[in-house]
Design a binder for this molecule. Structure first.
Ligand SMILES: [Zn+2]
Length: 430
């Protein structure tokens, strides 16, 4: 597929410009002692295709980050962000934006721009995109971790992240930890890429983006109110390999759902894969290529993440999935003002404000399970050979109510095996 460079570059530039306009707090910086931080930037862009539009591309949400909490750092209250990779942070910020837009569509009758969501006369759910006139694109400054990037990493000559192959490669049939076993293509992978790090429960960004191509990016809470929202394209900067990305996020999903009858509105979405030549100044590749490093200087991964969405007063910096500088108590839920707006608990809260009819349901997991069609599509995906080994977040991390009180201490807690990174059983409880 020929890349439309100008189109891809406009999407990338749009996200990078929005990033540059944000304050410094949480952005990668010089750490002293010759250490310069790099990060990944990801963002969602809404394209207004109407000829009369005054602004064709609009960045509506973005995130930066490279970190992910390990199994020992997870909290049961939903008040922190477990996965702080840029694409995941950006997508959570997108959820806040979409919820705000839905709220507007539900309350405001008049709006000069096309509304992001419309209610069709014969439907009970809102539809994104104003009759196909609005398109959603994802930009990421580096190829998503996991399957989409394995071939690029394999051929990268200066891959300093390559880890000793001392630990088990596969932790069960079909899931690989991070960047090991580069020859295995189309395989589910867990974060992080380093084999010597404590394992996480988080699937790679490639796997999560692939799932968005089945169930939509709107998540299960919003799926009760809106039809699925699909990506039109993904625009990638560094470590680009069209074949790998297409296989990871498109082909695997098409193949997994090939013979399945899906509920109305759901499909095996195939998004266009494009490369951008616009460089993000704090990407690893840009910093290595443009900085003249003295022997005692090095480029290191950024500790903090930021998230921002259109309409937010400012960006927010996160460290270890918490607001930067927040002192939180280990065994209790944080007070509401400390919740990142993109954490599960804050989104649950926001959703309840949007949809108060759902008051009788008590936990976050139960609320998600009410999205019958969404869960049916997810089940189809996770029953397939391609995604059958997906590791789902254990129930004990989603059993909090809207106040952050843990309602159920599930018996299926984190498998002991996962704490040393071996043999976690697949969770098919979806
Ligand atoms: Zn990632």
């Amino acid at each position: 597929m020929a890349a439309d460079t100008s189109f891809a570059d406009q999407i990338a530039q749009c996200v990078i410009d929005s990033y540059r306009a944000l304050p410094k707090r949480g952005k990668p910086t010089s750490k002293g002692s010759g250490k310069e931080e790099w990060t990944v930037l990801a963002g969602f862009v809404i394209e207004d295709t109407r000829p009369e539009t005054s602004q064709r591309f609009k960045c509506v949400a973005l995130g930066t980050g490279l970190k992910c909490l390990n199994t020992g750092q997870l909290r049961p209250f939903g008040d922190t962000v477990h996965d702080s990779h840029a694409e995941i942070i950006a997508r959570r910020a997108l959820l806040v934006y979409l919820m705000n837009q839905l709220q507007q569509s539900m309350t405001a009758a008049l709006c000069e721009a096309p509304k992001v969501f419309d209610l069709q006369p014969d439907s009970t759910k809102y539809q994104f995109g104003h009759d196909g006139q609005l398109l959603l694109h994802l930009y990421t400054s580096q190829c998503p971790c996991g399957d989409a990037s394995v071939e690029s990493l394999k051929t990268a000559k200066d891959d300093t992240d390559e880890m000793p192959q001392t630990k088990r490669r596969r932790i069960n049939d079909g899931v690989i930890r991070g960047h090991q076993d580069f020859d295995s293509l189309g395989t589910l992978r867990l974060k992080p890429g380093r084999a010597d790090a404590i394992p996480t429960l988080a699937m790679s960004c490639s796997d999560k983006i692939a799932r968005w191509n089945a169930v939509g990016v709107q998540g299960s809470l919003l799926a009760q109110l809106v039809h699925p929202v699909y990506l039109s394209s993904i625009v990638v900067g560094d470590l680009y390999n069209w074949q790998s990305i297409d296989r990871a996020i498109n082909t695997r999903v098409a193949s997994a759902l090939a013979d399945r009858k899906l509920p109305d509105g759901y499909t095996a979405n195939q998004c266009t894969v494009e490369q951008t030549t616009v460089m993000f100044e704090r990407s690893q590749a840009t910093m290595k290529s443009t900085k003249v490093l003295s022997p005692d200087e090095e480029v290191v991964t950024a500790d903090a993440s930021i998230y921002w969405y259109l309409g937010a007063t400012s960006s927010v910096a996160l460290v270890n999935g918490q607001r930067q500088g927040a002192k939180i108590r280990r065994n209790e839920c944080q007070t509401r003002k400390l919740w990142p707006e993109i954490c599960k608990l804050a989104l649950f809260h926001k959703y309840r404000e949007l949809f108060p009819q759902s008051q009788e349901v008590s936990t976050y997991r139960q609320e998600k399970d009410r999205a019958i069609e969404y869960q049916a599509v997810k089940a189809c995906l996770l029953e397939s050979p391609e995604f059958g080994s997906w590791i789902r977040c254990p129930k004990e991390y989603e059993s909090f109510d809207v106040a952050g009180v843990v309602q159920v201490v599930a018996e299926d807690s984190v498998p002991a095996e996962l704490t040393d990174g071996q043999h976690p059983p697949p969770d098919h409880s979806a």
